[in-house]
Write a protein that binds this ligand. Structure first.
Ligand code: 3HC
Length: 309
C-alpha cells in the first residue's frame, strides 16, 4: 500500500495522523498555519485582559483574572509544542507573528474599555472559542487534538467566570448594568467574526474538512454559537445588538443579521483599533526576554558540557 493510501485509510477510519506518519506536504503546511495562528491568538489574547489585572475591583476578581491570563499563556505553549511536532520551531513562528507574516485572531484587536469587558470576553470570546475548538478535539492530527482536550476544559472555566461576573454586575447598580450592555454591544459582532469568513469565501475550509482537520464549517459553528448564546443573553438580561436576531422554527435556528465583512477584512489587514499596539507589545516582550533565552541556552550548554565531560 502506498504512503498516500495509508494516509487516506487512516483518515477514512477516523484514526489519528501522528508526527512520525507520512503526510502530504499541504496537510503539514495547513496544520502549521492553523496551529500557529491559534497559538499566536492565545499569546496575544493575554494583552486585552492583562490590561485589567492591576485594576480588578476585588482580590477575588484579580486572582481569577490572573489565573485566566496565565492559562492563555499555557495554551500558547501547548500549541507551539504541537506545531513543533510538524518540524517548525517556535522562535521561527514568533518571528512570523511579530513581522506580520502569520495571523492571530481578529478578536484581540479590540480594546477593553471597562471591567465589564473582562466578563463579556469570558462569556462571548471564550464561549465562541469553545464552540470553535471542541470539534478540534477530534481533529485528525493527534498532537493538536490532544492539546485541545485540556485547552477546552480550561476555556469552559474562562467562559463560566466571565458569565458569573456579568451576572453579578447585572444584579448591581444601573451604571454596572449599562457597562455590561455597552461591552456586549462592542464585542458581539467581532465574536461572530472569530469563526472566519463565510464558507463560500473560505479558501481553506473545504480541504480542511476533507482532511478532517476541521470537523464543521465556519458557518455551522457560527450558527451553533448564536443558537447557544441568545438564551444566555436573555437569562443575563442584556440585548444582543442585532435587530434581525429571531428564532426561525423552520430552520430550527436563530436568523441573524449580516456581519460587517468589510470590518473583518480591515482588521485582518492590520487596521483594527489595537493591531499596532498588540504587535508592538509582543515585539517588546520578545526583545526584553532575549536575555532569559540566552541565559537558559548558556546554562543548557554548560550542563550538556558537564554531562559530556
Ligand atoms: N482572525 C484572524 N484571521 C482569520 C480569522 C480571524 N477571526 N478567521 C479567518 N482568518 C484567516 C485564516 O487564518 C486564513 O488566513 P491565512 O490563509 O492567511 O492563514 C483566512 O482568514 C481564511 O480563513 P479560512 O476560514 O479559510 O481559514 P481556516 O480554515 O484556517 O479557518 C479559523 C479560520 C476558523 C480561525 C480556523 O483557523 C480555526 O478554527 N483555528 C483554530 C482555532 C483558533 O485559532 N481560534 C482562535 C480564537 S482565539 C482563542 O482561541 C483564544 C481563547 O483564549 C479565546
Amino acid at each position: 500500500m502506498t504512503l498516500e493510501a495509508q494516509f487516506e485509510r487512516t483518515l477514512a477510519k477516523d484514526q489519528r495522523i501522528e508526527p512520525r506518519d507520512w503526510m502530504p506536504d499541504a496537510y503539514r503546511a495547513t496544520l502549521i498555519r492553523m496551529i500557529a495562528q491559534h497559538a499566536h491568538s492565545e499569546i496575544i489574547g493575554m494583552q486585552p485582559e492583562g490590561n485589567w489585572i492591576t485594576r480588578a475591583p476585588s482580590l477575588r476578581r484579580k486572582a481569577i483574572l490572573l489565573a485566566k491570563v496565565q492559562d492563555e499563556a499555557g495554551h500558547g505553549l501547548y500549541l507551539y509544542s504541537a506545531a513543533e511536532t510538524l518540524g517548525v520551531d517556535r522562535s521561527e513562528l514568533t518571528e512570523k507573528l511579530i513581522s506580520g507574516k502569520q495571523k492571530y485572531s481578529s478578536i484581540f484587536n479590540y480594546p477593553t474599555l471597562t471591567f465589564a469587558d473582562v466578563g463579556v470576553i469570558g462569556w462571548l470570546v471564550d464561549g465562541a472559542a469553545i464552540c470553535n475548538q471542541v470539534p478540534l478535539c477530534r481533529s485528525s492530527y493527534g498532537p493538536y487534538a490532544r492539546a485541545m482536550i485540556r485547552i477546552c476544559k480550561e476555556e469552559s472555566f474562562h467562559q463560566r467566570q466571565g458569565y458569573e461576573l456579568l451576572m453579578t454586575m447585572m444584579r448591581g447598580t444601573e451604571e454596572q448594568r449599562r457597562m455590561v450592555q455597552d461591552a456586549t454591544d462592542r464585542w458581539w459582532w467581532p465574536s461572530l467574526m472569530m469563526f472566519g469568513p463565510p464558507d463560500a469565501e473560505s479558501p481553506h475550509t473545504a480541504q480542511s474538512m476533507a482532511w478532517k482537520i476541521k470537523r464543521h464549517t465556519n458557518d455551522e459553528l457560527r450558527q451553533r454559537f448564536v443558537d447557544m448564546t441568545v438564551p444566555q443573553a436573555e437569562a443575563l438580561g442584556v440585548t444582543l445588538p442585532d435587530p434581525q436576531l429571531k428564532w426561525n422554527p423552520e430552520r430550527g435556528h436563530y436568523d441573524f443579521g449580516e456581519i460587517d465583512w468589510a470590518e473583518f477584512k480591515r482588521v485582518l489587514a492590520g487596521q483594527g483599533p489595537c493591531n499596532a499596539q498588540r504587535l508592538a507589545r509582543r515585539r517588546a516582550a520578545h526583545e526584553n526576554g532575549a536575555w532569559v533565552r540566552e541565559a537558559a541556552a548558556a546554562y543548557a550548554a554548560k550542563q550538556a558540557g558537564r554531562r559530556a565531560a
